[in-house]
Ligand binder design. Structure first.
Ligand SMILES: CC(C)(COP(=O)(O)OP(=O)(O)OC[C@H]1O[C@@H](n2cnc3c(N)ncnc32)[C@H](O)[C@@H]1OP(=O)(O)O)[C@@H](O)C(=O)NCCC(=O)NCCS
Length: 511
């Protein structure tokens, strides 16, 4: 079949990238919706020719599988990349190490902002103006999203508009769009029918078009005109310059194709094996008590996985709507590196549209992980010691959801507990306290939350805290633990203790 749109090889596509270009890349963790063949070809070209050099990468989510099998780690070599403008970083540890070693400049900006920025660039607007990021490390009065000391240029500004403060994220050209779908018809219309998400592919394509750049779409199959119904086109041919066919394209880098993730064939969630009782499950069970029928919910990476697990075990999953910032509505979010797709999604929309909904206050509740929390309720997940995660959707979600529940253990690194018989027994304390005097990076601003009157809860395996204007208040402790020795002595600040301190429900600690 001859396509009317030029079909080129991945290696030919890599030759379209010039020194100093900004490459907008679609994809999320685990190779989901990622044009891996294009990224790998870029690396091959660089290894062979030391060209192109000094690229800027721009991607809303974290691309990679933590093993170097896909994503931006494929490009982690001195000279190829000068700057990484990323929503999330944890999936690409080799690139993360180069950033920490000051070999690559890095801006970590909110995932929603980067995805919306692609649309703004596409429409030749000046940039994104939003409150998202105010009071966090992205705010230029704090760190401006700069992740190391060689990152100097200011990419974020404070704006005063009609008496209110906003953050301004200016537009910049995108010279190359690396995007992906499942099928291309002869005209070059792209569908995403076997993908777990469509992410910001159309936004990146529009940004490159408006910048006079080139749009290269990787697909698995080509089909005749008419085989993709107009409603199923996710990126129209008008926004595509070249097609690259990769018959080896997998839905994720973990497996070939799971039809429950594209929504083609639902799986019976009740038949998924239940999670064994553990401290992480206790946190999930306690946090899930905050769910109410009809809620629209977002779940972050890490321990919040457990909220999805317990909600599906109890059947609650059918009475609320889990969503993921990647554009997924309904179903049960998948755990691990493929975070960002769900089993049995009801709808898959673009990431930009999902973030518009989130920024507009569409979430009733959000459950997020936490690495460090301080007295004032600031939370750090983005940069902890030598763990460079990035914020992902965390800032958009936590600043805009009506209620936020942070889920995490009270201490990290080596915590061992026994859960059963209605109580918690701490067998070995974690070496690192997670409730610290000052967080090392502000991914969530407790002061901003207090200012906007947001309802915030911190759920750990042994204690539950609320957030108010004066900071954290301890409101519940686990049966079996000692308030002073196991809770207060394991925190690096003294929280207020509610006069009405309650025991966490013993059923949470019972198999
Ligand atoms: C912060 C984050 C790493 C916590 O992960 P988690 O699995 O929920 O929680 P854990 O406490 O078990 O942390 C996992 C590991 O991180 C490390 N860690 C967590 N907190 C730490 C701290 N304060 N200091 C050092 N290491 C820490 C530890 O190695 C820990 O495992 P271990 O205690 O078994 O050694 C996780 O929530 C994250 O990556 N967040 C990123 C941003 C985000 O949430 N985005 C959501 C939208 S995309």
């Amino acid at each position: 079949m001859t396509l009317k749109k030029p079909v080129i090889s991945a290696d030919e596509a890599a030759r379209l990238v010039k020194d100093g270009d900004t490459v907008g890349m679609q994809g999320s963790g685990g190779g989901v919706s990622e044009p891996t063949a294009l990224i790998a070809a870029l690396r091959r070209r660089y290894d062979a020719e030391q060209c192109p050099k000094n690229l800027t990468l721009m991607h809303a989510t974290g691309l990679g599988d933590k093993q170097g099998g896909c994503g931006t780690d494929l490009l982690a070599v001195q000279g190829l990349v000068k700057r990484d403008i990323a929503g999330h970083l944890a999936m690409a540890p080799v690139m993360g190490k180069m950033i920490q070693d000051n070999q690559i400049e890095c801006y970590n900006l909110p995932q929603g902002v980067i995805s919306q920025l692609f649309t703004a660039i596409g429409a030749r607007k000046p940039g994104v103006i939003t409150k998202t990021g105010l009071g966090t490390f992205v705010d230029p009065r704090i760190e401006g999203g700069k992740m190391n000391k060689i990152t100097q240029e200011d990419l974020v500004e404070v704006l005063n508009l009609k008496g209110e403060q906003w953050l301004f994220y200016p537009s910049q050209p995108v010279h190359v769009a690396f995007i992906r779908g499942t099928r291309a018809d002869e005209q070059g219309n792209i569908s995403s029918d076997q993908e777990g998400s469509i992410l910001e592919g159309i936004g990146i394509a529009q940004a490159a078009k408006a910048s006079g750049g080139v749009v290269i779409a990787q697909v698995k199959y080509t089909v005749k005109d008419g085989e993709i119904l107009p409603h199923n086109v996710t990126i129209p041919s008008t926004m595509v310059d070249y097609i690259v066919v990769d018959p080896a394209q997998k839905q994720t880098c973990l497996f070939e194709y799971d039809p429950s993730i594209s929504g083609e064939k639902p799986v019976k969630l009740a038949e998924m094996p239940p999670e064994p009782l553990s401290i992480k499950k206790v946190i999930g069970l306690r946090a899930a008590r905050e769910l109410h029928e009809g809620y629209v919910v977002n779940l972050g990476v890490g321990i919040p996985d457990q909220v999805a697990a317990v909600a599906s075990e109890s059947g609650m999953v059918d009475r609320l709507t889990f969503t993921l910032e990647h554009g997924i509505i309904g179903g049960k979010p998948a755990a691990g590196v493929i975070f960002g797709v769900s089993h049995n999604p009801r709808a898959i929309i673009s990431e930009m549209e999902q973030f518009n909904f989130y920024d507009g206050g569409g979430l009733d509740i959000a459950f997020l992980g936490m690495a460090e929390t301080d007295r004032m309720g600031n939370v750090n997940v983005s940069k902890v010691g030598n763990l460079l995660s990035g914020c992902g959707g965390f800032i958009n979600i936590t600043q805009n959801a009506k209620r936020v529940v942070f889920c995490g253990t009270l201490t990290a690194k080596g915590l061992k507990c026994k859960v059963g018989d209605g109580k918690l027994t701490i067998e070995q304390e974690g070496a690192v306290p997670k409730f610290v005097e000052n967080v090392s990076q502000i991914t969530f601003s407790g002061a901003y939350a207090a200012q906007v009157g947001q309802e915030v809860l911190f759920v750990t395996e042994r204690a539950v805290f609320t957030l108010g204007e004066k900071g954290l208040t301890l409101v519940e402790i686990a049966p079996g633990v000692d308030l002073q020795k196991d809770v207060l002595d394991q925190m690096r600040f003294a929280p207020a203790v509610s006069p009405d301190l309650k025991l966490m429900d013993t059923s949470l600690f019972t198999e």
